[in-house]
Design a protein around this ligand. Structure first.
Ligand SMILES: Cc1cc2nc3c(=O)[nH]c(=O)nc-3n(C[C@H](O)[C@H](O)[C@H](O)COP(=O)(O)O)c2cc1C
Length: 228
């Protein structure tokens, strides 16, 4: 048997069809089977609770939930919480409870939101992401879970794509899978907060919704493979 599978003979042998069928059946719930929940956590890394970043992450989560009844979502708003940077002696702060949420075996994906601060992620986002370190070693607890990033800035082109890339670079260290929005494809959610609200940024809210939808779709495909 020829085991040297090239892209051409894989496709001509119907591999693409088989792959598509496998992906589709992974997305669909088994008929009659109890619907296993797939949890998506959204984290708002703005020090200002309930403001633009939280609203943007919520928009992504709402769109994710609309994809399928199996999707469950929770917003973790870090605004006002006490989260120190990583240190050799784990600080006893609000991160303790948040880490527990990330260890939930039904966690299928994550959406991280950060304000643009000097074209970079917020200090709070950096502290939070550093403190996920226990989920990386000795075991990659979050491996193969999709994640998306939402960036909120006070100006158009205020460093949004840089913030998305910075957070993607960090979560790649956890074996997670970066997902953008579609269609059309986008690197993530990019929102303008004008007059201290994102409510008027229809296009930006759409990018957040498309991101949430895509993270949910990928999580539904991957969770049966992860938990098998
Ligand atoms: C220290 C600081 C730096 C900022 N730097 C930028 C920036 O580089 N680009 C930008 O678009 N907005 C910048 N902003 C504006 C915030 O990104 C914007 O107000 C955003 O809505 C904050 O999110 P929030 O409403 O969730 O707090 C900055 C704000 C602060 C406080």
């Amino acid at each position: 048997m020829n085991t040297n599978v090239t892209r051409r003979n894989f496709l001509s042998a119907g591999g693409a069809v088989a792959l598509t069928t496998a992906a589709t059946s992974a997305l669909a719930a088994e008929p009659g089977a109890p619907a296993k929940p797939v949890k998506l956590l959204g984290v708002s890394c703005s020090p200002r609770k309930g403001m633009g970043t939280a609203k943007a992450v919520q928009a992504a989560l709402d769109a994710a939930r609309a994809v399928d009844p199996r999707i469950e979502t929770e917003l973790v708003d870090l605004g006002g919480l006490n989260i120190a940077p990583w240190s050799p002696k784990p600080p006893e702060d609000d991160m303790v409870g948040i880490l527990r949420k990330f260890q939930d075996p039904s966690l299928g994906g994550v959406i991280i939101g950060s304000p643009c601060y000097f074209r970079s992620l917020s200090g709070l986002a950096k502290c939070f992401l550093e403190r996920l370190a226990p989920l990386r070693d000795p075991k990659l607890v979050l491996a193969d879970r999709p994640f998306g990033v939402v960036a909120v800035g006070g100006t158009r082109n205020g460093g949004h794509e840089l913030v998305i890339q910075q957070i993607q670079a960090i979560l790649l260290c956890f074996g997670m899978i970066p997902v953008g929005g579609h269609a059309p494809p986008s690197p993530g959610g990019t929102l303008l907060s004008a007059n201290d609200t994102v409510a008027q940024d229809e296009l930006g809210l759409k990018t957040a919704a498309q991101l949430g939808k895509h993270v949910a779709e990928v999580a539904l495909k991957l969770m049966p493979l992860i938990s098998a």
